[in-house]
Ligand binder design. Structure first.
Ligand SMILES: *Cc1c(COP(=O)(O)O)cnc(C)c1O
Length: 428
């Protein structure tokens, strides 16, 4: 009997946990088997079996110029030919720090790391060192990476004490993380009333992107700024997703606010592993070797990765880069809602800059509890319907859609026509 060759997915599931190196890629959020990508160009992907998809996942945010943008490719090729990384200072690291500092008025120094996870982990360490306190506050539904202090979900009942959101996270660490519903100023005030003297930092996605896109309600970020200041805690604006995605630089700063610490990754690395934490000299000079907060990395400031990021930031810094991208994103978000409703399907969306989420519920959610009332089964059907139309939407109802400068007006129109067909079938 002839042996049937194993599919790539079969091979993957034998050697990688769940077949993947990051959970959402497994399609468990929508069912079915993921495809394997062979290459990407602009707004499109080509799979191992030759299918072409219009891509709205864009590496989960980093690829604001689309796949294989010529300037990013050139920067990577030129740098690779000169060596990928050295573990010795390079001009590129200085230029990256200077570029970020020019883009954001609240930061004076930057430490480069390799991921968003590392950035938030290190920023918390700095905040704890600055304040001499241990507790941190996070908002339910925000994601800040997978390290122990922030892989935390809400505890039972009204208690703010967090519990691990994963096996293997020590409850003793989880208890130091207090959880509050997103956009709930009163709950945040209550937590400060009880724990105010013990809170080192409040960390927040200034626009939540990891429960789907959920913008801050008026006054929410201001309340975080005021409460942290009043209680001697630091405000960490986790702009790993929003930074250079919603606008050039920081979203919080664009609202006229001044976070104490900023965390970045995704767009600043152009799809390569780059993260950063940044803030005033007063705080960043506590980091080793200038200060007592230890943090290091073999690949931190890696030349190849930083060259890619700098090339991308160079392109997006051009005047007029964001408005058409944001306008196109808005047209897509509004168009999807309009077509779903046309077929009697309850739908709404939240948009921030070049990201949005289509929610299958009447009104746009403002927190995780509301997000959870969306129709996940309908999302599953929508996802697979769109995939059949050659359009790759996020494989989970709780992710944001990322639009890039490579997505054209025609791509948007094509997407809306496909959605029209999908919704008309779903409504039957
Ligand atoms: C993606 C993300 C992270 C984690 O970044 P990784 O590079 O995946 O470790 C942290 N915070 C926010 C807001 C993110 O969107």
């Amino acid at each position: 009997m002839q042996e049937v060759p194993k599919s790539l997915w079969q091979r993957a599931t034998e050697v990688l946990p769940g077949g993947v190196n990051s959970p959402v890629r497994s399609f468990r959020g929508v069912g079915g088997e993921p495809f394997f990508v062979r290459e990407g160009a602009g707004a499109y992907l080509v799979t191992e079996d030759g299918t072409r998809y219009l891509d709205y996942v864009m590496g989960y945010g980093p690829l604001i110029l689309g796949h294989a943008h010529p300037q990013v490719v050139a920067a990577v090729q030129e740098q690779a030919a000169r060596g990928v990384g050295f573990g010795i200072p390079t001009r590129l690291e200085v230029e990256m720090a200077e570029t970020l500092i020019r883009a954001m008025s609240s930061i004076e120094m930057v430490r480069l790391v390799n991921s968003g996870t590392e950035a938030t982990m290190s920023a918390l360490r700095v905040a704890r060192a600055v304040t001499g306190r241990q507790r941190v506050v996070k908002f339910i539904g925000c994601y800040h990476g997978h390290h122990d202090s922030l892989l935390i979900k809400a505890g039972s009942g009204a208690a703010a004490l967090g519990v691990p959101d994963s096996e293997g996270v020590p409850p003793a660490i989880a208890e130091l993380t207090l959880t509050v519903p997103y956009n709930d100023i009163d709950a945040l005030k209550s937590v400060f009333k009880v724990y105010g003297k013990e809170i080192a930092a409040v960390i927040v996605e200034p626009v939540a992107g990891n429960m789907g896109t959920v913008p801050p309600l008026p006054g929410f970020l201001e309340a975080i700024q005021d409460l942290t200041k009043a209680h001697g805690a630091l405000w960490i604006s986790d702009e790993v997703m929003t930074g250079f995605r919603v606008n050039y630089g920081s979203f919080a700063e664009a609202q006229g606010l001044r976070p104490d610490l900023m965390t970045l990754a995704k767009v600043i690395g152009a799809g390569m592993p780059v993260g950063a934490y940044a803030g005033p000299r007063e705080y960043l000079s506590l980091v080793a070797p200038s200060g007592p907060v230890y943090q290091a990395g073999t690949f931190s400031g890696n030349a190849l990765a930083v060259a890619a990021g700098l090339a991308q930031l160079g392109v997006v810094s051009a005047p007029g880069f964001y408005p058409p991208l944001v306008e196109r994103t808005g047209r897509l978000a509004a168009g999807l809602v309009e077509r779903a409703r046309h077929y009697g399907i309850p739908a709404s969306s939240n948009q921030a800059g070049a990201m949005f989420t289509l929610f299958f519920r009447e009104t746009p959610p403002t927190n995780m509890a509301e997000v959870m009332t969306c129709d996940a089964e309908r999302y599953r059907q929508y996802f697979h319907g769109m995939l059949q139309e050659g359009i790759f939407m996020p494989p989970s109802p709780y992710e944001s859609v990322f639009v890039s400068a490579a997505h054209t007006d025609d791509d948007v129109e094509r997407t809306l026509r496909a959605a029209d067909r999908v919704f008309s079938r779903l409504a039957q």
